[in-house]
Design a protein around this ligand. Structure first.
Ligand code: ZN
Length: 155
């Protein structure tokens, strides 16, 4: 499952974000550059995000409007959708607190690395998941995943 992590490293390099705190502006820039149309929708229930790629290669990433007031969640959902864009074929729907299948876990790994680049982690060495969450403005579960990845791959 390392390949999702490596793919995120490649994307960070491609967009010169290796040492950058990745925010909404950078995520939107990646969407634009990849011809991924970004939009929002008032989803209901547990749906938080949806990534669709049509057979004629129109790509749409739709984020739940409930995320608009929560920067950490908003960033996470775009980064997760970009994970499917860069890693997978077909359409994907993201449900709140459900990461059961392999592709969902891969998209989560991709998102964690994309939102917390290695260069940012290198800037100091006493990281904790909580500190990553606060400093990089990501949800705590994303920060915890990124912390585990850092321990496993060394960056
Ligand atoms: Zn997903």
């Amino acid at each position: 499952m390392h390949w999702a992590i490596n793919r995120a490293f490649e994307v960070l390099e491609k967009y010169d974000l290796w040492d950058t705190y990745v925010g909404l502006r950078q995520l939107r820039m990646i969407c634009d550059n990849q011809d991924v149309y970004y939009t929002t929708f008032p989803f209901r229930g547990r749906i938080r995000e949806r990534y669709v790629r049509t057979s004629d290669d129109i790509k749409v990433l739709t984020v739940d409007r409930r995320a608009l007031g929560d920067t950490a969640m908003h960033k996470h959902l775009i980064a997760h959708g970009l994970g499917h864009h860069f890693l997978h074929q077909g359409n994907h729907c993201h449900l709140h607190t459900l990461y059961l299948d392999k592709q969902e876990i891969e998209a989560e790994q991709f998102a964690a690395v994309l939102l917390v680049p290695p260069g940012v982690l290198r800037s100091e060495d006493s990281w904790t998941p909580k500190k990553i969450a606060l400093r990089c403005r990501v949800p705590t579960n994303v920060a915890a995943r990124r912390f585990r990845i850092m321990e496993r791959v060394g960056m």
